[in-house]
Write a protein that binds this ligand. Sequence first.
Ligand code: HEC
Length: 463
Amino acid sequence: MDPSPKDLPLPLPLSEPALTGLLVLFFILHIVFVNVTVGGGLIALGYQFRALREPAYDQLARSICRIITVTKSLAVVLGVGPLLCINLLYTVPFYSANLLTGAVWILIIPLVTAAFLLLYLHKFSWDRLAQHRGLHITILAAAMAILLFIPLIFLTNINLMLFPEKWRDIHGFFDALMLANVLPRWLHFMLASVSASGLLLAWWTSRPGFSIPGLATTDLRRQGYAIALATSGLQFIAGPLVLMTLPSVGLNLRLHLALILGIVFALPALYWMWREIDAPSALPGPGRRFWWIVASLGLTVLFMATARHLYRDEALALHQARFAIARDAYAERSALARAGGELPPLGPAEPGAVPPISQASSSAGAIAAPTDRGEAVFKLKCRACHVPSKRLVGPPLQEVARIYAGNPEGIAAWVLKPGRKRTEYPPMAPVKLPPDDLKAVAEYVLRVGGSATAAAAPPPVRP
Ligand code: HEC
């Protein structure tokens, strides 16, 4: 019996591309507010410390804290969108990862609640605790410690769901946390948060009308740019670290292209930030390069979020197909049981093994009565990934028929022991079939692939 859990036999409420687009869009909206909340909180904490020596900064920290109690609410509300989309698109992997990290995953709710209450306590006790600075700072530090931990739970889960092949060895959150790339991803995220918040600080402190007694706004603008530049620069260490620790299953050309475009757009932003730190302080406003910086970093975020999605899609493609196969096999057995038929025994419990087709096809025969053995095998074992004339998980049968014209044995050999050919596809897992079934399915593939090619060819021109 294939150990893959089965996918839900329910239709999606929207087409898959539409849901995917929404997922990336909603995720960006959500993450921007998370970034500002976490990054802003850390910056405020820094300024509160600084205020111990330079009291004027106390007012600045206070203003920032007023903002992050708003952005944190928006972050949570906007988190619903991506959560719903991911539920629909990746139901099996997402819930499997949730279950495997169960206790800590559900802790997110009390932790978020606790962090929010601490943020409010901190905000509203500013005057009352004026004489107890240490305690006041500790409250914010506690809230921030929680807010730094929550993304780690999310990342651990979202990361774990990408690697079903590891699920057997995961016994709780800490196992999943130890997968090589979780901590680099967290670092990458934290730097992005502080960087976005630094940029926001530069803009916000240079608005007309903003003033804090004892602080020059041009100075604050510079500090904002300096924070953004330093943390963005560190991404050139954190980013490659993420890429190097990611298992190679999901890496492909499109993903690298998206990453390169993301980096290319980040470079001018870094340069402009550096120029803004140097700019004459007399100029009003956030600096004339500000919106260019925002635009180029915006493109970076868009490409990085796309790359993130491409990786996920690629890493899960093969597993998603397996879940679908398990779902179809279940539907078949279920229909057979309802019809009062005798259920064939389940296949061997060996991990990764697929039940021999001779068992499964008896049930398929009872329902669909396929006229052709090759067709029956194909429907059960290959159709989840291959169709005649378009790319699915695997290449179209047309392409396969071209490569193996007159050579069904070649297909049979490949199915038993697939090689690694196409870099833009995931690898194909071997399919164990008895020789008769293999021969039948190989011939079927050549027949269908060949006729699809013939149908697609332009009609002969009449003289
Ligand atoms: C879970 C998805 C999946 C299933 C199921 C699957 N394949 Fe594939 N198949 C792939 C992928 C992905 C590739 C491309 C692999 C590569 O080129 O590295 C592929 C490639 C192939 C190729 C091309 C080999 C070549 O030399 O170019 C053949 C032939 C093939 N599959 C036949 C089959 C047959 C027959 C079955 C059913 C018995 C089957 N596949 C089931 C995913 C699948």
